[in-house]
Design a protein around this ligand. Structure first.
Ligand code: ADP
Ligand code: MG
Length: 340
């Protein structure tokens, strides 16, 4: 067979394999876009586990009429222009791939209004059809994206979808990660017309603890140990499960510059910090690490689930130190604790 350049839509569908694993990954990409656009409120509606419909409305900056079609094309992004920008990236997005990938495997409608425009516009793209149709619409400032019939044209992927309930649980889990990290954002989630989550904006610490109660349960939120430390440009804040509390909690969240990541570094540091203090296998934690963006590479994984620290050892030791001193303090303040 001779070598040929793939038609753009086929290239998008192949790329979609990396970015769009399941409905939850669509929700993740779209909500991240809303947050990048400065939204303070994001409303999510799901039907049939997201296989039938994922609808996300935000009150962010909106997309200008003449950029609607561009937003749907591959490698089109407003978030980066040079490779140096990538070195210091703080937005969630930068690859310009999500909308192109999603629209290649679903029926996508984008409705948007910017502050500068008097009217809203709608762009529609469907599966293998590359031509984007733009027409007038009604919409307040911000953007609504509807993704219908996910994987309708890629049956092999559609078959991999699990039950509606399982797919919804993935979406819900993913939303929790955002809810923990972005307390100032009002987030709502509906499933088949029923309101499932309403995370109201949390400004004060007690409101934040309420949000943590919603996400991680009362047991964790009520007794959580506060973490807060800073050293040579690194900053760590958040909460740890109290060592006095022996039940399992479902709260394992780690963020680097606001991005949720999986990292062995933090699971290891938590384990070490808790050594000898608890019987609990995996004590709960919510930890936000802030680090100079030049010190961390976020472009390691298409879905950006992982990062790479330039000085991993240094970061690990800083995190461990921060956790240990938080635990020590709570131990020494506790009236009932035995001296370890
Ligand atoms: P990326 O986020 O990597 O830039 P996407 O494909 O997710 O790529 O989005 C492409 C572009 O469309 C973004 O750079 C942004 O300019 C615009 N965009 C997408 N979603 C929104 C939104 N909800 N509000 C405003 N602009 C958006
Ligand atoms: Mg994006």
């Amino acid at each position: 067979m001779s070598i040929r350049v793939l038609p753009p839509q086929l290239a998008n569908q192949i790329a979609a394999g990396e970015v769009v694993e399941r409905p939850a990954s669509v929700v993740k990409e779209l909500v991240e876009n809303s947050l990048d656009a400065g939204a303070t409120r994001v409303d999510i509606e799901i039907e049939k586990g997201g296989a039938k419909l994922i609808k996300i409305q935000d009150n962010g900056s909106g997309i200008a009429k003449d950029e609607l079609a561009l937003a749907l094309s591959r490698h089109a992004t407003s978030k980066l222009t040079t490779i140096d920008d990538l070195e210091a990236i703080l937005s969630f997005g930068f690859r310009g791939e999500a909308l192109a990938s999603i629209s290649s495997v679903a029926r996508l409608t984008l409705t948007s209004k910017t502050a500068a425009q008097n009217e809203a516009w709608l762009a529609y793209a469907e599966g293998s059809e590359m031509a984007v149709k733009v027409m007038p619409a009604a919409h307040p400032q911000g953007t609504t994206i509807e993704v219908a019939d996910l994987f309708f044209n890629t049956p092999a992927r559609r078959r991999f979808l699990k039950s509606d309930k399982t797919e919804f649980t993935h979406i819900d889990e993913w939303l929790k990660r955002i809810a923990v990290a972005r307390p100032e954002i009002h987030l709502t989630l509906k499933n088949n017309g029923k309101q499932m989550r309403n995370y109201r904006p949390a400004v004060t610490e007690s409101q934040y603890l309420q949000r943590l109660t919603q996400v991680c349960g009362r047991a964790f939120a009520e007794k959580a140990v506060r973490v807060n430390c800073e050293h040579e440009g690194l900053k760590l804040s958040g909460y740890l499960q109290s060592p006095m509390q022996q039940e399992l909690v479902d709260a394992h969240y780690f963020y680097v510059n606001g991005r949720h990541v999986r990292d062995r570094l933090v699971t290891h540091a938590v384990k070490q910090a808790f050594a000898g203090l608890t019987e609990v296998e995996q004590p709960g934690y919510i930890l936000m690490l802030e680090v100079d963006p030049h010190q961390v590479d976020v472009n390691v994984h298409p879905a950006k689930h992982e990062v790479r620290f330039h000085e991993a050892r240094f970061v690990h030791d800083f995190v461990l130190q921060g956790l240990s001193s938080a635990l020590e303090q709570c131990w020494s303040l506790s009236p009932t604790a035995d001296t370890p």
